[in-house]
Design a protein around this ligand. Structure first.
Ligand SMILES: [Zn+2]
Length: 269
C-alpha cells in the first residue's frame, strides 16, 4: 500500500511539474511573439533618382562585402536633400573660418551628383553635422583621427531616424580637410565600412594624393541603397524604446602609412 502511495505521489509531482513547464513555455512564446509583432520588417526604400540612373559600363565592382549593416539595418537616408551643417571652427583654431567652410563644402559638392545634399545654415534639424572640434579621448586629449558617429532615434513622425556627426581636425591643409571630409561623408551617407583599394575614397587609410570618388565607391553606395532597413519607416512605441539612444562610431586614423584595416577602424554596433 505504501509502495502504491509513493508511486501515486511521484506521478502527481511529475504531472504538476510538466504542467508548470508547459505554462512557462506558453508564456515565454507569447512574450516572444509580442516582441516579434512590435518589430516591423526591414524594408527597401525606392532608389533616389541619382543612384537609379547610375551605371558603371566598365563594371569595376564594389566593396559591398566590407560594409556592415547596424542593428537598424543599412544606414540609408530616405528623405532628400540630406541636410548638412558645417560648424565653424572653434576660436583659437589657426584655419580661417571661410577656408574651413570652403574645404568642407567642396567635399559635400563631390557627393552631390550621387545623392542630393544641401548645406544648411543652422545645426537644428540637420541630418549631418560636421564639426572641427574632435571629441575627447579617455586621457582628456582631443582625438587625432577623423570620426563619424551616428545616433538612432524615433522622429516626431514616429519613424526610426538617424543623425550623424562628423569630427575632423581643422589643423591640416585645406586639401586634406576636403579629403578627410569626403571620406567621412561616405560613412555618413551609408558606407559603414572601408575599401581595401587605395584608389577608392573609402580606402581605410589616407594616401599622399587623395582620390576622388571612384566608380567602385558609387557602385557600393548604390548597392547599400538597395538594401532593407528599419530607418525611415514607422515604428511602434516598444521599438522606439528598444532603439532609443543607440549609436555607433567609426574612427578613421588618417596617416600617410598603410595600416592593417582592423586596426584602422574601431566601430560599434
Ligand atoms: Zn573611415
Amino acid at each position: 500500500m505504501r509502495g502504491r502511495q509513493r508511486q501515486f505521489l511521484r506521478q502527481s509531482i511529475a504531472i504538476i511539474l510538466s504542467l508548470a513547464a508547459f505554462c512557462i513555455g506558453v508564456l515565454h512564446n507569447n512574450l516572444h511573439a509580442e516582441e516579434k509583432l512590435s518589430l516591423p520588417p526591414a524594408q527597401v526604400h525606392p532608389l533616389p533618382p541619382s543612384l537609379a540612373q547610375w551605371t558603371d559600363p566598365k563594371g569595376q565592382g564594389d566593396y559591398f562585402d566590407r560594409v556592415r549593416a547596424v542593428k537598424a539595418g543599412f544606414l540609408v537616408w530616405s528623405h532628400f536633400p540630406i541636410q548638412v551643417y558645417i560648424a565653424p571652427p572653434p576660436q583659437g583654431t589657426l584655419i580661417k573660418p571661410e577656408v574651413w567652410q570652403a574645404a568642407i563644402a567642396q567635399s559635400v559638392q563631390d557627393w552631390q551628383p550621387y545623392l542630393p545634399l544641401s548645406i544648411v545654415a543652422s545645426e537644428a534639424g540637420a541630418d549631418i553635422n560636421i564639426s572641427a572640434n574632435p571629441p575627447l579621448n579617455k586621457s582628456g586629449q582631443r582625438v587625432r583621427s577623423a570620426e563619424t558617429r551616428y545616433e538612432i532615434y524615433v522622429s516626431d513622425r514616429k519613424a526610426l531616424a538617424h543623425c550623424v556627426t562628423i569630427y575632423i581636425r581643422p589643423n591640416q591643409s585645406p586639401q586634406y580637410i576636403t579629403a578627410a571630409a569626403r571620406h567621412e561623408l561616405g560613412h555618413a551617407l551609408g558606407i559603414w565600412g572601408h575599401s581595401l583599394t587605395a584608389s577608392d575614397v573609402m580606402y581605410f587609410s589616407q594616401v599622399r594624393n587623395p582620390p576622388s570618388i571612384s566608380e567602385r565607391d558609387v557602385n557600393t553606395l548604390k548597392r547599400i541603397y538597395q538594401q532593407p532597413t528599419l530607418l525611415g519607416w514607422p515604428v511602434t512605441k516598444i521599438l522606439g524604446r528598444a532603439f532609443g539612444n543607440t549609436f555607433g562610431v567609426m574612427t578613421c586614423r588618417f596617416k600617410n602609412e598603410v595600416q592593417h584595416p582592423d586596426r584602422a577602424c574601431l566601430s560599434a554596433m
